[in-house]
Design a protein around this ligand. Structure first.
Ligand code: IVH
Length: 681
């Protein structure tokens, strides 16, 4: 309807009653209640109020018409009740102040999704309209974009019941969705999106985009039939969940320690919940930029009301940004433990989530080319899951003067051409990967040699004391003591010294005793990581048997593809001499079969271990399970027989999956007891 044609109210009290009704309607919507009146009626009411204030400028509309006026730039579809924003806080003191206004009323903490807010209407169980938040008063109709293939995950177009009502929530892109969207965009000749939020907004707006973009939805408010008398937010959201709509809480519930979202009224508890979400954030594969703390009760929400732009019953606790923008200055190429080429971006220093970043890893050469990255490119950098910062995309519009980066066709260390298998490049000259191989072999989960870090490994290689893995075991204290540390390819001048050297020699001697599986892993053969090392040790039993295995023998091992078998065979030939010398120095050559796998208490079971197992690294826990006869796998599938559940929030997701699939679980304590019993008998 045309709001300017509505008739003004002819007396002040009718006007004031109208203002009251309009405010109550807006309030109801904010509190997630059923709308008090149809959209059209609300429009007419507000238009009448606006017309009245034009005629009687001294009449006070208490912000009702102003909100509408602000909405004219937001889009074509006016929200029946405005979509307000949230007040933002960043400190504990502000949180305490907010809790004070709640006055011991229960609050819930949800992740604050960083995407695009929208309002969705269902009628008789069908999604009939989706509208963006716009400027809060009016937004754009995006029904078509939301319902076109492949749809929006978590936002069903048909509900299982003929429900009528509305949900509000956030459309967002997971990390993976974002990278796929950017790949599709750059492939169609456009510059990549700056971040996932822009990518959502950009993709949603674009009606005629040629490529499909995966996106997801998280609901944070609901109102409609059957919910009129439901006061609690948690209960209301349960209704959304049961209708197949993904709720904000569902997406983090699996990872939160309590297994659900936090519910409380004490500032300490709410702060802890906020911090937990903050800690979780790097490991989530969807973008969140804070936590929303909101009163649970609708009655409380209505009582607290809202000020001009935000409700008083909710607040957003914002996190420090986890994405930074910088300029790419150089790309360094190095060779890893298996000879794989690694690409590292040198960027202008940028602070991301409290840490200054100067280097960030890059996927691979193809990806760099696809993103058209060059020296001078603007890039976005995230501190992803395991703290190693990563360049995720070329960010936004690029400068004119970007110098294209051409990857070297040869290994920078030996000048031999790369072996290119698919997207990954390798240098097959063993000495190029030696320092990385030694560092990796020394790590806790492999040979566990204290003091053999990057600098020492590089120094030993540089001094030509170590030319292959076997040389490591022949080193003497005097030899090592004289060597100078090497940092970033340059000798630092300081010598290692006798004390450190003696410790290192002792550590190396002790490493000989590590299980066969770990020695197999320490060889640095492509395709043989921790798990494959154990699989091979278990399958072949002795180093000799592994050495004489044919390609067919290797391909017969569970989980070894023919191509991997060929590769392992080739590399085993290459390291023949090294293997002879390793055997000569006395490394473990026989798989520990104290408990024959076929007789262990977990014999034949496929187990998955999740969470922290006390006093064990993940590898040690997997070894323990294998000692009991199990084979271990990384993810829970229908084939999994048992999930061993350790401590920590990381266990929740797998636990939820196991419960869903009806897979039995075992606590870390029971597992340790079982293991201790087996080892002692
Ligand atoms: S509650 C009155 N819960 O943050 C608004 N909002 O900065 C009630 N947002 O526009 C919103 N995650 O789109 C709420 N779990 C969540 C949220 C959330 C993201 C967005 C929302 C709002 C913006 C405010």
């Amino acid at each position: 309807m045309d709001s300017t044609t509505a008739a003004p109210f002819d007396n002040l009290s009718a006007f004031e009653r109208a203002v009251e009704r309009a405010r109550a309607a807006a309030e109801a919507y904010f509190g997630g209640e059923t709308p008090l009146m149809p959209d059209g009626d609300y429009d007419r009411l507000v238009a009448g109020i606006a017309a009245s204030t034009r005629l009687n400028p001294h009449w006070n509309d208490r912000g009702v018409a102003t909100a509408v006026a602000a909405g004219t730039s937001g889009g074509d579809v006016r929200h029946a009740t405005p979509m307000l924003s949230l007040d933002k806080i960043t400190t504990t003191a502000e949180l305490q102040q907010f809790v004070h206004t709640l006055n011991t009323c229960m609050a819930v903490v949800e992740a604050k999704f960083d995407g695009m807010a929208c309002h969705i209407d269902y009628r008789d169980g069908r999604l009939v309209r989706a509208v963006t938040r716009g400027d809060g008063a009016a937004g754009d109709d995006i029904t078509h974009q939301v319902t076109r293939e492949p749809g929006i995950a978590g936002l069903p177009q048909e509900l299982p019941h003929p429900w009528t009502g509305s949900v509000r929530g956030e459309i967002f892109m997971s990390t993976n969705d974002f990278e796929r969207a950017n790949a599709a965009r750059t492939a169609s000749g456009k510059s990549p999106f700056v971040n996932a939020r822009n990518a959502v907004a950009g993709s949603i707006r674009k009606l005629d985009r040629a490529y499909s973009v995966p996106m997801s939805f998280a609901a944070y408010a609901i109102s409609g039939s059957g919910l009129e008398d439901v006061d609690s937010h948690l209960e209301r959201m349960a209704h959304a969940r049961l209708s197949g709509i993904t709720t904000a809480a569902m997406l983090t519930a699996g990872a939160l320690p309590a297994g659900t979202l936090i519910y409380g009224h004490r500032a300490e508890d709410l702060q802890r919940a906020v911090d937990t979400l903050g800690d979780l954030r790097p490991r989530l594969d969807f973008p969140i930029d804070g936590a929303v703390i909101k009163a649970d009760s609708r009655v409380v929400r209505t009582r607290l009301g809202s000020h001009s732009s935000a409700p008083r019953w909710a607040t957003a606790y914002k996190f420090a940004p986890d994405t930074g923008y910088s300029i790419l200055r150089d790309i360094e190429v190095s060779v890893g433990r298996t000879g794989r080429a690694g690409f590292r971006a040198v960027i202008d220093p940028v602070t991301v989530a409290g840490t200054t970043i100067r280097y960030a890893s890059l996927h691979n050469a193809d990806w760099i080319a696809q993103q058209r990255l060059g020296i001078g490119s603007r890039v976005s950098v995230v501190r992803a899951g395991d703290v190693i910062p990563r360049v995720i995309a070329a960010a936004g519009e690029q400068q004119e003067d970007v110098v294209p980066w051409i990857p070297p066709t040869r290994c920078p260390q030996c000048d031999q051409p790369w072996e290119r298998s698919g997207q990954l490049w390798y240098c097959t000259v063993p000495t190029c990967s030696l320092a990385a191989l030694l560092t990796d072999a020394a790590s806790r989960d492999v040979l566990d040699i204290d003091g053999l870090g990057e600098e020492v490994a590089a120094a030993l290689v540089e001094a030509e004391l170590v030319r292959d893995l076997a040389d490591l075991y022949t080193l003497t204290v005097d030899q090592i003591a004289e060597v100078s540390y090497v940092r970033a390819g340059t000798t630092v001048g300081r010598r290692i010294g006798v004390t450190t050297a003696a410790k290192l020699v002792a550590g190396i001697a002790a490493a000989k005793e590590r299980p066969l599986a770990r020695h197999i892993t320490s060889l640095g053969i492509r395709g043989i990581g921790h798990r494959m090392g154990r699989t091979l040790a278990q399958h072949f039993g002795t180093l000799d048997a592994l050495r004489s295995a044919t390609i067919d023998d290797l391909a017969a091992v569970d989980g070894v593809a023919t191509i991997t078998a060929c590769w392992i065979r080739t590399r085993l030939y290459d390291v023949e001499a090294v293997l002879d010398r390793l055997i000569a120095v006395g490394i473990t050559t026989v798989h520990d079969t104290t408990t024959p796998a076929s007789q262990g208490s977990l014999a034949g079971k496929r187990v998955v271990i999740t969470g922290a197992i006390p006093a064990m690294t993940r590898t040690q826990a997997q070894e323990a399970a294998e000692r009991l006869g199990a084979t271990s796998a990384a993810s829970v599938t229908t084939k999994t027989d048992l999930l061993i559940v350790g401590a920590g929030s990381s266990a929740r997701r797998k636990l939820a999956k196991a419960n869903e699939l009806g897979i039995p679980t075992m606590s870390a304590e029971d597992f340790l007891a079982l293991h201790a019993e087996a080892v002692s008998t």
